[in-house]
Design a binder for this molecule. Structure first.
Ligand SMILES: [Zn+2]
Length: 342
C-alpha cells in the first residue's frame, strides 16, 4: 500500500498509484466538523491542526491544508482583512491603493516578522509535524493578479489594465516578488505542495488577451521560482470558467489543476499529458444539498470519468461548504474505497 505522499507524487509523475488519491478542500467544513468556528483558526492554531488531522483520518484524505485563501501577504502590505465569526475572511471593500500613483506606499514584506504571516508559518510547521512526512501538506499563496485586485479593488484594477498598463505591470511584478518570499518561507516550514487560486481572472472577469498579458507571465515566474526553491509540486485552483485559458495555465509551472466548470473526461483528454486533473464533485448540488444516494452516484461517475490511466485526484470543484452533511462525504468514501483501486 502506498502512502498519501507516494500516491500524490505518483499521479504527478505519470505513474499509476495503488488507488485514486482522494482529497477535499476542507477549511470551513473541517472546523465545523471538529466543533470549532472558522475564526478560532486565527487565534488557536491547535484547533485548525486538530480539525485537519481529524478530517484526514475520518474521511481517508490524502493530504492536509493550511488555512488557505487568506491573503496574508496583501494584509501585510496594507490591505484590511475582515474576519467574520464563522465565515471566510475577506478584504475590506475600501481599497488600500487609491490609485497606481501610490505604489511607493508599498514596501517589500518580511514573512518572518510582518502581519499575520508568522502565525501562518508557525501553524504550517506544527501541522507538518502533526501530519508527518507521509502526508502532503498543501499551503496556499495568492496569485499576483489576485493580490493586485485585493489591494486596488477589482473594478479599479481592471480599469488600470487599460488606462495604466505600465504601472499595473510594475505592481504585478512587485507583488510577484513578495508572494515568492512568502511561498519560500512556507516551504522552509514544511509545505510540500504550493497551491494558488485566482477567482478574479476567469473568463467572466477578464479577456483572454488580458490574461495572457497580465496574469500568465507573473504566475509562471511565481510558481517557477517556488518549484526551483523546493516545492514538491504546485497546484492551481481555477474557480469558475477557464475553458479558453487552461492551456496557458498548463504552461505556468503547474503540476495539478483543481478545476471547476469543465467535465473530467474533457479535461483529461485535453490536458492530461501536462497536468493532473483534480476534481470535481459539485460542492453545492452534490456535497451540501445532495443525499447520500446522489453523492454516491456522483462519486461513481467521477471515478468512471477520471480513473483510466491515472493523472487524477478525486475531489470537489471548490472548497467544501461549512454545513455539508458528513454522511454525504462518508458515502463518497465508500464508493472511493470500493471502486478507486487500480
Ligand atoms: Zn473555487
Amino acid at each position: 500500500m502506498m502512502t498519501s505522499m507516494e500516491r500524490i507524487l505518483a499521479v504527478c509523475n505519470h505513474e499509476l498509484p495503488d488507488r485514486i488519491p482522494f482529497l477535499l478542500s476542507t477549511r470551513e467544513f473541517g472546523m465545523k466538523y471538529a466543533g470549532f468556528s472558522l475564526s478560532q483558526a486565527f487565534t488557536d492554531p491547535d484547533s485548525f491542526i486538530g480539525a485537519q488531522i481529524k478530517v484526514r483520518q475520518d474521511f481517508n484524505q490524502d493530504g492536509v491544508w493550511d488555512i488557505n485563501a487568506v491573503p496574508v501577504v496583501d494584509e501585510a502590505l496594507g490591505a484590511k482583512l475582515v474576519f467574520p465569526e464563522d465565515d471566510s475572511p475577506y478584504v475590506d471593500y475600501n481599497p488600500f491603493l487609491k490609485s497606481l500613483a501610490e505604489l511607493d506606499k508599498l514596501k517589500l514584506v518580511n514573512p518572518n516578522t510582518d502581519g499575520r504571516m508568522p502565525y501562518m508559518l508557525s501553524l504550517v510547521q506544527k501541522l507538518k509535524a502533526a501530519a508527518g512526512p507521509d502526508v502532503p501538506l498543501f499551503a496556499w499563496v495568492s496569485q499576483p493578479f489576485r493580490s493586485a485586485c485585493m489591494l486596488r479593488g477589482e473594478a479599479n484594477f481592471y480599469r488600470d489594465l487599460i488606462r495604466h498598463p505600465n504601472e499595473a505591470r510594475e505592481l504585478l511584478s512587485f507583488l510577484t516578488d513578495n508572494l515568492i518570499a512568502y511561498g519560500k518561507a512556507l516551504i522552509d516550514r514544511g509545505a510540500d505542495i504550493i497551491h494558488t487560486s485566482n477567482p478574479v481572472a476567469n473568463t467572466e472577469c477578464i479577456s483572454l488577451k488580458h490574461y495572457r498579458e497580465f496574469v500568465h507571465p507573473y504566475s509562471k515566474r511565481f510558481l517557477g521560482s517556488l518549484k526551483e526553491y523546493g516545492a514538491k509540486k504546485t497546484m492551481y485552483h481555477t474557480c469558475g470558467c477557464w475553458s479558453d485559458r487552461l492551456d496557458l495555465v498548463c504552461e505556468e509551472n503547474v503540476d495539478i489543476i483543481h478545476f471547476d466548470e469543465i467535465a473530467i473526461s474533457e479535461f483529461k483528454q485535453r490536458f492530461s499529458d501536462k497536468v493532473v486533473a483534480f476534481g470535481n464533485l459539485h460542492t453545492v448540488d452534490v456535497l451540501h444539498q445532495g443525499t447520500t444516494e446522489t453523492a454516491a452516484e456522483a462519486a461513481l461517475q467521477c471515478i468512471k470519468d477520471g480513473k483510466a490511466g491515472g493523472r487524477f485526484i478525486l475531489s470537489a470543484n471548490c472548497s467544501v461548504p461549512r454545513d455539508t452533511p458528513p454522511e454525504n462525504i462518508r458515502a463518497i468514501c465508500r464508493v472511493h474505497e470500493k471502486y478507486g483501486k487500480y
